[in-house]
Design a protein around this ligand. Structure first.
Ligand code: GAL
Length: 333
């Protein structure tokens, strides 16, 4: 009798729990990151771990240190570990297409996170409107300096965002260039999003007697490098500088007057949207909140593009501090 009841009750309890949990299996996400050597990505990683827990998903995180072959290997590893969905920050926008193929061969959907994977059947794309990031940067600086010499330092060509930013810059600057008001005196893509490259570019430019009124940088790390060169030649605080990512160092530079603006991107919302979409996909549902499609050269990828915000010395409190992205006490350190 007792054995008979066990055989009846246990499955009943199991079914009841499933019903109560809305029949959702615990989603297992493979989060494949390019690197964590920049402040911004450390935040993405922390927030992804925290938000996965809050949303009842589990996550396996792999960091490829900008090595696309290692990233491919890591994709194989998370597939072997039984993930339901891959959320991918590509090291290389073209080579990452191989990871999409591998995942699809194992019936695993891929969400392109922050950076679009080109020329592939990637399933979804969740990012910020990176063309608009470039437009906001160029618009802000060209309102202050509508005439003058501009330096453009974008990121690596392995990152689609480097091109989107540049597109945004030219959307704003081209009419001023055509009028002869603005002259582009430096226009470079770097190998990495790191300060030493922008430092070298601007130092060489100044060593050759170059004069500049404004510098548009793809991220705050590149802006930091450019500011270092400005300091070396005594131009800091007299040349406009725009960055992106609202790193603490950038906020300090803005307060000090050596950087003009940075761009704050709502990473918390980015992480939430990616995990929410992954859970839906893992439970056989299509994410419903993809409000746009983006052409990646192969297909129109359903996407979410979040809104970026300019941060200048007057709105630090109302933006990155009130959003809890930066702690006020950190700024004064
Ligand atoms: C880009 C990203 C930027 C910046 C940069 C450097 O892909 O969109 O916000 O973080 O990488 O890491």
């Amino acid at each position: 009798m007792k054995r008979y009841l066990q055989l009846l009750i246990l499955p009943a309890i199991y079914i009841l729990t499933l019903a109560l949990s809305g029949c959702e299996n615990k989603t297992k996400i493979g989060f494949l990151m390019d690197n964590t050597n920049l402040e911004r990505w450390k935040k993405d990683k922390e927030l992804f771990e925290k938000t996965s827990r809050e949303l009842g998903a589990s996550v396996v995180i792999k960091v490829a240190d900008s090595d696309p072959d290692l990233q491919y290997q890591q994709a194989q590893e998370v597939i072997d570990e039984g993930v339901d969905v891959i959320v991918l920050i590509p090291c290389d926008i073209t080579k990452a297409g191989k990871i999409v193929k591998l995942a699809h061969a194992n019936n695993i959907p891929v969400i392109s996170y922050d950076r679009l994977i080109k020329n592939s059947n990637v399933d979804y794309y969740i990012s910020t409107d990176n063309i608009h990031v470039g437009e906001l940067q160029a618009d802000y600086l060209s309102k202050i300096s509508p005439v003058g010499n501009y330096a453009l330092i974008s990121g690596p060509t392995t990152d689609n965002n480097a091109f989107l930013l540049h597109l945004g810059w030219m959307n704003v600057l081209q009419p001023l260039i055509d009028k002869g008001d603005i002259k582009i005196v430096v226009d470079k893509y770097t190998d990495f999003w790191l300060p030493d490259e922008s430092y070298k570019i601007m130092k060489e430019f100044f060593d050759n007697g170059g004069k500049v009124d404004a510098i548009l940088c793809g991220n705050d790390a590149l802006a930091t490098g450019a500011i270092l060169a400005l300091k070396e030649f005594g131009y800091d605080g007299r040349v406009l500088v725009a960055g992106q990512d609202a790193d603490i160092n950038a906020i300090r530079n803005i307060v000090a007057g050596t950087q003009t603006i940075t761009i704050y991107k709502p990473i918390e919302s980015l992480v939430y949207a990616a995990i929410d979409a992954a859970k839906k996909l893992a439970n056989g549902k299509a994410p419903s909140n993809m409000n746009i499609t983006v052409n990646n050269g192969k297909r129109l990828v359903p996407a979410i593009l979040l809104k970026p915000q300019v941060v200048n010395r007057h709105n630090i409190k109302m933006t990155v501090i009130s959003e809890g992205f930066i702690n006020e006490s950190e700024i004064k350190k």
